[in-house]
Design a protein around this ligand. Structure first.
Ligand code: ADP
Length: 533
């Protein structure tokens, strides 16, 4: 009966359990693969992010430190202009000297001017170092000499460039190194002698070795921290991926335990309200649906074997009677006749079952065409008039002039026939059966009502099930009942037409079946089976 070959035979473990072990191994391997891939993704992401942040930060630090030196030198340049003047040498009037003006009693001024003269040079516009006003020594510090005094040609070119620029007071920067390799930033500019138009060249410098050290220390620190952070991040990623995947493995493990015989198993919800909970919910719902259809299949096979057993036992009885006890031709005939009747019932069941299973498995395709439902219903009522009269039941048709719809004629005839024959079957003499059809804008309503014995409330939800018959006085079905397949057909036909069916019944008073079909053959996807007593 089981349609899917991949399901285990209920109750049987997989042969020697090897396939289960194998799939569990697969599960572990798959989860490890996924975990590893997730961790690797984290690691790569962290590495790129850390490197990017490190480079960005280093670049920012470099520019801040650089700016600091430049700001400092900028301040010193202003101080130089305040404390130093280019003046004629009082002894040799033809030449100019660099004279420093500050209060020797003021320790601050003394320190400032000493600092200014740590790395400095003053030349004329041709690049010749001029003497100091006081010492008559060249106005260039030892530290500057260590860096290397600029070639006169270079200085000359710089002065010319500065004078040519629209901002002649502008200054420029140079990067130099001491003999020990320490980096020094130089700021140079043009200064003028008092009362004399010729430009002079002055430059001051400051070491920024400390900045380079800070940058190097930062780089080293980061180079050491990045692998450590990467390691920690990867471990954390591995741990988190493991945690995230645990419920998935749980789902897979439960899924493995589920077989045709224990479909009642459900995966416990985690109540986290996340995607995994949604997965579990979807999975559980799928198992619920599977369980329902398995139950249906089992019930169906039980019902079928039960239904077939009764006529087969009867046939066997008739044949045994014929074989062992019948003596006259009439007795033989009677036994054969009874056996044939049971065979008829048997083939009726088989035919109905075949048709129903074809319908439910989608092999029976509707042949829809535009037709007048009122005419179809009227013809059927005419056919049922004779048996209705014979049973002493008034059969009434309540039909408008026209009710067009796109439906399958054969199936709609089967639907009305089933409902009418049920109504006649379960209505006593003197009762009434009414068939009405009404057309709305985009739907057609078919109503079959009777004044028969009605259906007790507790049976209403089951009357559309296969082989379901409302028990009579005891637990056995009432004698007038048939196979219990008629309403299953009706339900399928309504569903196939995307319609709805509703049943109202009052025991002892009557039953009313209402069917709503889309007139154009297009409607909602749902079929409603509603019962009310
Ligand atoms: P059956 O072949 O037995 O009529 P159906 O599937 O057509 O099978 O109906 C299922 C059961 O529903 C019937 O056996 C009967 O007990 C009940 N039933 C159906 N229609 C009516 C009705 N109009 N009045 C009372 N009971 C009904």
């Amino acid at each position: 009966m089981c349609r899917s070959a991949s399901w285990n035979v209920p109750g049987k473990p997989p042969a020697n359990g090897r396939s289960d072990v194998k799939s569990r191994g697969d599960l572990r391997r798959a989860s490890r693969g996924l975990r590893f891939r997730l961790t690797l993704s984290y690691a790569v992401l962290f590495a790129v992010l850390f490197t990017f942040v490190a480079l960005l930060f280093r670049q920012r630090l470099d520019s801040v430190l650089n700016q600091q030196v430049e700001t400092r030198l900028d301040g010193e340049w202003k101080a130089l202009k305040g404390y130093m003047r280019i003046e004629r040498d009082p002894d040799y009037n033809y030449r100019f000297t660099a004279a420093w003006y500050y209060d020797t009693d003021d320790s601050d001024e003394t320190t400032i001017t000493l600092d200014l003269r740590k790395i400095y040079i003053v030349t004329d516009q041709d690049g010749n170092v001029i003497p100091d006003w006081k010492t008559k020594e060249p106005a260039v510090s030892t530290a500057y000499q260590d860096i290397g005094i600029d070639k006169p040609g270079d200085i000359k070119a710089r002065v010319r460039a500065a004078l040519a620029s629209p901002h002649s007071n502008s200054f420029f920067w140079l990067d130099r190194k001491t003999s020990k390799g320490e980096p020094v930033k130089i700021r140079w500019g043009v200064v003028y002698a008092e009362g004399h138009g010729a430009p002079f060249y002055a430059a001051i410098g400051a070491s920024y070795a400390e900045n380079v050290r800070i940058l190097r220390a930062y780089s080293l620190l980061y180079a050491a921290v990045i692998p450590l952070a990467l390691l920690l991040g990867s471990l954390l990623g591995y741990f988190m991926a493991g945690r995230a995947l645990t419920p998935v493995l749980e789902v897979a493990r439960t899924a493995q335990r589920i077989t045709g015989s224990n479909l009642s198993l459900r995966i416990p919800m985690r109540d986290a309200g996340d995607e995994l909970d949604y997965l579990i919910l979807t999975f559980n719902r799928m198992i619920e649906r599977l369980e329902a259809s398995f139950r249906q299949v089992r019930q169906f096979s039980t019902d079928v074997s039960h239904e077939l057993r009764t006529p087969i036992t009867a046939i066997r009885g008739q044949l045994e009677v014929a074989l062992f006890t019948a003596q006259t031709t009439d007795q033989y005939r009677e036994a054969m006749f009874n056996a044939l009747q049971d065979i008829d019932r048997l083939s009726q069941i088989v035919r109905a079952l075949l048709l129903l299973s074809q319908a439910e498995s989608g092999q029976l395709v509707l042949q829809k065409s535009r037709l007048d439902l009122c005419q179809v219903a009227g013809d059927l009522v005419d056919q049922f008039q004779i048996p209705a009269e014979a049973a002493g039941i008034r059969l009434v048709a309540d039909l408008p002039a026209e009710c067009p719809a796109i439906v399958d004629r054969v199936q709609i005839e089967r639907l009305i026939t089933n409902l009418l024959s049920n109504a006649l079957k379960f209505t006593p003499e003197g009762g009434e059966v009414r068939l009405s059809v009404a057309s709305a804008e985009d739907s057609v309503r078919i109503v079959v009502e009777d004044t028969g014995k009605g259906i007790p409330t507790q049976h209403l939800p089951h009357i559309f099930d296969r082989f379901y018959r409302v028990p009579g006085e005891g637990t056995a079905p009432a004698p007038e009942q048939g196979l219990g397949l008629g309403l299953s057909f009706v339900a399928w036909i309504v569903k196939a037409h995307r319609g709805r069916i509703h049943v109202d019944s009052t025991p002892g008073k009557g039953t009313k079946f209402t069917i709503l079909l889309p007139a154009g053959g297009v409607g909602t996807d749902t079929m409603e089976l509603v019962g009310r007593a």
